[in-house]
Design a protein around this ligand. Structure first.
Ligand code: AMP
Ligand code: MG
Length: 406
């Protein structure tokens, strides 16, 4: 049995990024750049007017000055003939500053003087209301580095840099498999005695999406060894196979032996954590395998701690690791285990700090208690109580997040 930290390191150490591909901006959300993006032009590309008003030479402005208006320039037009000295040009936001002018007086500081003249109600300085060519970004500068997650601002910058398509890392496809003869579909009304509805594959499906992976639900072979082997083989066609159940010590916990038999190298099996001790991680060729415990909270936690970070790294976030933070316990955390205890909790920002609220839970099957939580608090093994007011370590979950997610 290995520690949580060692298990994390084994998973992260195994992670390799997937091949790259092209995406169009419209479909680029959440992908990670595998090439840098450079500016192919200056920003702004010309001296750009930032206010509706009149372009003029600042030297000829002043309170009460009246100037003849020499035409209009709107955004998208480019005036090349110089504005005569002592004249103004009516101009719109976004237009290029015409030659022979060096400032713009906003329309609110002017009034119509009749006969094609404008009256200025103030003097202005050279450069007023002008964004100078290249002042935001110069041509040739790296705008977006490799490894950046494409969010809204990144998509905007890609568009500004003329990148309708960009190279990104592919994201892993994850085959999700449940095992267990007791499992029935959610649509089953009412389950027969002894049956339970499969909840893990549905929870994992959403969890996988929230971590940026592509889930493929593969169904349930029950506990029949040949069927299970067939389903596992199918699952090994994906980048990651996540199976739930069948990895602990019961007579029908067949997954570890079958995995070994078909050539999966088991990198660890059993982690000193509660819940989720039977967790298994392995690899065959380029496919990673998680054997998650059947109990829903254990499966959820196992995915958050190990599978999610692997998805991030395979997707090009090569430095990803779970960030641990400190919070003040807002209630008692009771510990009674010889393994690292991970308790679903609700972290709230209160009075200038994170507060960790414990949730009442009946244990590793009680996924009901996880609803509304956004984190797991980590507690050292032993028999003790952490009273309210003491500091605890926690991480924010992605599979469940409620406003406090980074
Ligand atoms: P196992 O790891 O197969 O021994 O399963 C542990 C517990 O989790 C048992 O009570 C199972 O019935 C339950 N379980 C297994 N798979 C699922 C699933 N897909 N959804 C909900 N509960 C499950
Ligand atoms: Mg089972």
């Amino acid at each position: 049995m290995i520690s949580v930290d060692d298990a994390v390191e084994i998973v992260l150490g195994e992670a390799e990024t997937l091949p790259t591909m092209h995406v169009v901006i419209e479909g680029s959300k959440g992908y990670i750049l595998s090439e840098p993006v450079f500016s192919d032009i200056d920003f702004p590309a010309f001296d750009r007017v930032m206010m509706d008003g009149y372009a003029l030479m600042a030297a000829s402005s002043g309170e009460g000055v009246i100037l003849p208006v020499d035409g209009v320039v709107s955004a998208g037009e480019f005036r090349t003939d110089p504005v005569p000295e002592g004249h103004a040009v009516k101009i719109m936001t976004g237009a290029p500053l015409p030659p022979g002018t060096d400032a713009v007086i906003q329309v609110e500081l002017t009034s119509d003087a009749g006969d094609g003249n404008v009256k200025l109600n103030a003097g202005i300085e050279s450069g007023t209301n002008i964004a100078v060519q290249g002042e935001e970004v110069k041509k040739g500068v790296e705008l977006l580095p490799v490894g950046l997650v494409i969010d809204s601002a990144v998509a905007s910058v890609m568009a500004m840099a003329g990148r309708a398509k960009v190279n990104v890392y592919s994201v892993p496809r994850i085959g999700i498999l449940s095992t267990g003869s007791e499992l029935v579909r959610p649509s089953k009304k009412i389950p027969e005695p002894g049956q339970i509805r499969d909840s893990n594959t549905y929870g994992l499906n959403v969890q996988c999406l929230l971590w940026g992976g592509v889930p493929i639900r593969l169904g349930n072979p029950g506990d029949d060894p040949d069927e299970l082997k067939r389903f596992i083989e199918k699952g090994l066609e994906y980048n990651i196979l996540a199976l739930t159940g069948g990895v602990s010590m019961g007579d029908y916990d067949l997954a570890p032996d079958i995995l070994r038999e078909i050539g999966v190298e088991i990198l660890f099996h059993k982690v000193a954590q509660k819940p989720g001790k039977p967790l298994l991680f392995g690899k065959r060729d380029k496919t990673y395998v998680f054997g998650l415990p059947g109990n829903p909270v254990a499966a959820y936690l196992g995915f958050e701690l190990y599978a999610g970070p692997l998805i991030r790294r395979m997707s090009g976030d090569v430095d990803f690791r779970t960030e641990w933070f400190k919070a003040t316990a807002a209630g008692e955390f009771k510990v009674k285990t010889d393994r690292t205890l991970l308790k679903a909790s609700k972290i709230v920002w209160e009075d200038g700090g994170w507060k960790a609220y414990p949730v009442d839970s009946m244990g590793s099957a009680d996924i009901f208690a996880v609803v509304g939580t956004n984190s797991f608090v980590r507690l050292k093994e032993g028999k003790y109580v952490v009273p309210a007011g003491e500091e605890v370590d926690f991480f924010f979950t992605r599979g469940n997040h409620h406003g406090t997610q980074r």
